[in-house]
Design a protein around this ligand. Structure first.
Ligand code: GAR
Length: 192
């Protein structure tokens, strides 16, 4: 049986798109559900385009009920992928899917992680500190922002004159290139 992936995203979902594209052709795994806390998120349109079901949830549903855990268990989800998802994962969900929730972060953790460190905030901080490189980190999620065990990192050089848009572009290129493959490799290693 194919491994089953659920994606959580809060916004545009360009990474979700790359993951859905990648696994559409796969015989090993498939995306079975896209979940979001944001009813306006473009990721919902992207999921629709792939005919993948989606679920919009509220803060109350996420933090105060077991509905989402039940939904993921019913769908027999093997791996939960946080792709631009901005809420902290509740302990109940972590406990229900131990070592099965991974997150994408747009910098080289442990630097530039933690609360408030998402999207442009990350790139602005990297540039303000005059860093010579940045990159991406894929890691297991835990009860803190951006702190679980690191699975993969890729880097690029920040050239003099690189601005916010450039750094953002380079990060996004690496994310789109690596995230689906890292997920595929991780699924291969996971026992069924
Ligand atoms: C990505 O760059 C991801 O690394 C970042 O949000 C972006 C989502 O883009 N995640 C975080 O900052 C989490 N702390 P997308 O919606 O186009 O995939």
């Amino acid at each position: 049986m194919k491994k089953r992936i659920a994606i959580f995203a809060s916004g545009s979902g360009s990474n979700a798109q790359k993951i859905m594209e990648h696994f559409k052709r796969s015989t090993e795994a498939e995306v079975v559900l896209v979940l979001t806390n944001n009813a306006q998120a473009y990721v919902l349109q992207r999921a629709d385009n792939f005919e993948i079901p989606s679920h919009i949830f509220t803060r109350q549903e996420f933090y105060e009920t077991d509905d989402i855990i039940r939904m993921l268990k019913t769908l027999q989800v093997d791996l939960i992928v946080l792709a631009g998802f901005l809420w902290l994962v509740p302990q109940t969900l972590l406990a229900a899917f131990p070592n099965k929730i991974i997150n994408l972060h747009p910098a080289l953790l442990p630097k530039y992680g933690g609360k408030g460190m998402y999207g442009d905030n990350v790139h602005k901080a990297v540039l303000a500190n005059g860093e010579e490189e940045s990159g991406i980190t894929i890691h297991f999620a835990n009860a803190q922002f951006d702190e679980g065990e690191i699975i993969h990192q890729s880097k690029f050089k920040i050239e003099p004159g690189d601005n916010l848009e450039m750094v953002k572009f380079k990060v996004q290129q690496l994310e789109h290139q690596h995230f689906p493959k890292v997920i595929e490799n991780l699924l291969k290693k996971m026992k069924s």
